[in-house]
Design a binder for this molecule. Structure first.
Ligand code: PNS
Length: 167
């Protein structure tokens, strides 16, 4: 029997940020392998800036140095996906108290849906406390410099999208 601990770090990752990267790298303190799982939006209302395939590719490129990261996408319930992948731990970053209510609700609901599922919340590096994918999208689309906030591969794609030459 395998004793490998597999965690899943789910999210929209539109796009993956330095904040996500920090949490994912820290999660190896608890897991041997981390599936970074990009969720297809259940509703068409949340289309996003990048396609799910692009988001998975950016995660793959960001963690090219880390074979324990497994980038994937999933549809449907997270608990069903996690169970099918042999993962019994959800890792989520918690930035501020404002994140807490939503995160706590999801953690309890996920455990109700499958009582084998535990969620752990990790505190990010202080530098990333204010960071979010939505702010990155907004700043990039308005011509601001997002280079401190995203991995180089994401920066290149944002620059290509907004037609700015790489500096
Ligand atoms: O990065 P986000 O948008 O905050 O991530 C939210 C995500 C993808 C983790 C959440 O919406 C999710 O788990 N979606 C999958 C569908 C599901 O299982 N819903 C029930 C959650 S209690």
């Amino acid at each position: 029997m395998s004793t490998e601990r597999v965690a899943v770090c789910p999210g929209s990752f539109d796009p993956v940020t330095r904040g996500h990267e920090d949490i994912i790298r820290r999660s190896f303190r608890m897991a041997d392998r981390v599936i970074v799982a990009v969720a297809y939006s259940a509703t068409q209302a949340k289309q996003g800036m990048f396609t799910v395939d692009e988001r998975v590719e950016m995660i793959r490129e960001t963690f090219a140095d880390e074979p324990r990261v497994v980038p994937m996408s999933f549809q449907g319930l997270l608990v069903d996906f996690a169970r099918a992948q042999g993962a019994d731990l959800i890792v989520r970053g918690l930035r501020a108290v404002s994140d807490f209510e939503y995160e706590f609700q999801m953690a309890l609901m996920n455990r109700k849906l499958w009582d084998g599922m535990e969620t752990v919340f990790m505190a990010p590096d202080l530098e990333h406390l204010y960071l979010s994918s939505s702010l990155v999208r907004q700043i990039a689309s308005l011509g601001g410099d997002v280079s401190p906030f995203v991995p180089p591969t994401v920066l290149a794609r944002l620059q290509a999208k907004f037609n700015k030459p790489a500096s």
